[in-house]
Design a protein around this ligand. Structure first.
Ligand SMILES: [Zn+2]
Length: 61
């Protein structure tokens, strides 16, 4: 099984994948612990980034 590369995972975390690409990726995540772990980390990172972005926006307003 081919694993998901970091670039694709990052795109997914940012919501930049097409529906079909995301579905393929999620299917792989269901079966691959390594990629699921990486995706979890990325998602958390993404959430932190979003949160920080909101904070910056709030303080700039
Ligand atoms: Zn994998």
């Amino acid at each position: 099984m081919l694993c998901i590369d970091e670039q694709a995972l990052a795109s997914w975390a940012e919501g930049r994948l097409s529906k079909r690409e995301a579905a393929t990726l999620l299917l792989h995540l269901e079966r691959c612990d390594d990629c699921r772990l990486a995706a979890d980390l990325l998602e958390q990172q993404q959430r932190v980034n979003t949160l920080c972005g909101d904070l910056v926006d709030a303080s700039a307003a």
